[in-house]
Design a protein around this ligand. Structure first.
Ligand code: FEO
Length: 386
């Protein structure tokens, strides 16, 4: 696949994977992207997952058409991209590996060699000329590992963006939901903890004129780039993306669910443009996480369990804490048949997060909604929309 006259796509699609990175559901598979720049000197960008070494090497050889690459640029050492470095070096022993010093440390850890005799260690703003194509390296620590670099090619104005601007899904599957849905789940699932670092990276990248973004997963982006970059600015700065309310809940026997459904109806009746209900025991965990960041208001509704928060909600809160959830309006609905305490525990769990506006009055249900609870939920709906 041609990206520009000199830049070709040599990545692979994975339809065999069950869980990406051991945890993310990827119903449309996954792509491991790799690229080659054909110039006086030839540079290959990253390898692919271990299981696709043969297919990748075939793609590479097809594009090389008998030529020898000078460089393998390793932007990220996570094994979905680095697993075939040794295969590459066996095939092309004279090629040099270009990477950050931290990446070489990891090569030693993963493969037992840091390629001391055939390597180029690059730092921020170092450059490498291939002929027409001049590459500038941009360090991108914690987007999403510490060794990451990105690369800008000034000739074709291409940013090789490593994991940033990545997306779940193989490239040979048409994504009915558009780019943002699975790119958002990918971002908040994988990179979300490092919003500040990702935001810094965007600032650095804004110094370059970019026509094309080549990420390590998902489609190459070459049209309407401001759409993708603006979404990334929103996500990395923890800003609200969409108007509406997300209700994240658990319900053991359906009584908490009834309260949640009443709240949804009241919100819609009072003009809320969108209400999303996420049953944390049943919805994909990472869908629930992305929605928590997508909307500006979230209601947490759950049961007291073992004098604590119901397990699926407890785990969900932990995921939000881990990602530095912030700057949102929150309300709590708790249910408990004899000693409701989930509300108090949720407040304790959220206490150290910044910029949360947690409404003071929790709705406390004892087993099932009373008339008073119904009135409280109607009042809550109005308070959430103020
Ligand atoms: Fe696609 Fe962080 O590896």
């Amino acid at each position: 696949m041609k990206i520009t006259n000199d830049i070709k796509y040599i990545g692979v699609n994975d339809h065999l994977i069950d869980l990406f990175e051991g945890q993310f559901d990827v119903p449309n598979g996954m792509s491991y992207n790799s690229y080659v720049i054909l110039d006086e000197k030839i540079a290959v960008f990253d390898t692919v997952d271990a299981r696709f070494g043969d297919a990748w090497m075939q793609n590479l050889k097809r594009e090389l058409n008998g030529k020898e690459p000078s460089y393998l640029i390793v932007q990220h050492m996570e094994p979905d991209h680095s697993s075939n470095i040794t295969t590459f070096k066996r095939e092309y022993p004279n090629a040099q590996i270009v990477a950050s010093d931290k990446a070489f440390l990891m090569m030693k850890q993963f493969f037992g060699s840091d390629y001391i005799d055939s390597r180029i260690v690059v730092k921020e703003n170092d450059t490498l000329s291939l002929g027409k194509h001049n590459l500038t390296f941009i360090t991108a620590p914690m987007v999403h590992w510490p060794e990451v670099i990105m690369t800008y090619d000034s000739y074709d104005k291409v940013l090789f963006s490593a994991d940033a601007f990545g997306k779940f899904g193989a490239l040979d599957v048409q994504d009915e939901d558009g780019w943002a849905c699975e790119a958002r789940r990918y971002y908040f699932g994988i990179v979300g903890k490092y919003g500040m670092q990702a935001s810094n990276l965007l600032k650095k990248a804004s110094a370059f004129e970019i026509n094309t973004i080549c990420p390590l997963h998902g489609p190459v982006l070459n049209e309407n780039l401001s759409y993708y970059i603006d979404l990334y600015k929103t996500w990395t700065s923890y800003e609200v993306e969409s108007e509406g309310v997300v209700i994240s809940y658990t319900s053991v026997y359906g009584n908490t669910k009834k309260a949640v459904e009443l709240l949804r109806d009241e919100l819609l009746e009072n003009g809320c443009p969108k209400v999303v209900l996420n049953d944390l025991a049943r919805v994909d965990k990472h869908e629930a996480i992305e929605d928590a960041f997508r909307y500006g208001t979230m209601v947490l509704a759950t049961t007291t369990y073992n004098n604590d928060i119901f397990p699926f909600m407890r785990e969900f809160l932990y995921e939000l804490l881990e990602r530095g959830y912030k700057n949102r309006k929150i309300a709590i609905i708790e249910n408990g048949s004899w000693a409701p305490s989930a509300g108090k525990k949720i407040r304790e769990a959220l206490a150290n997060l910044k910029g949360l506006d947690i409404l003071e009055a929790d709705v406390t249900i004892r087993s099932s909604m009373t008339e008073q609870n119904r009135e409280e939920i109607k009042t809550l709906a109005k308070a959430l929309l103020n």
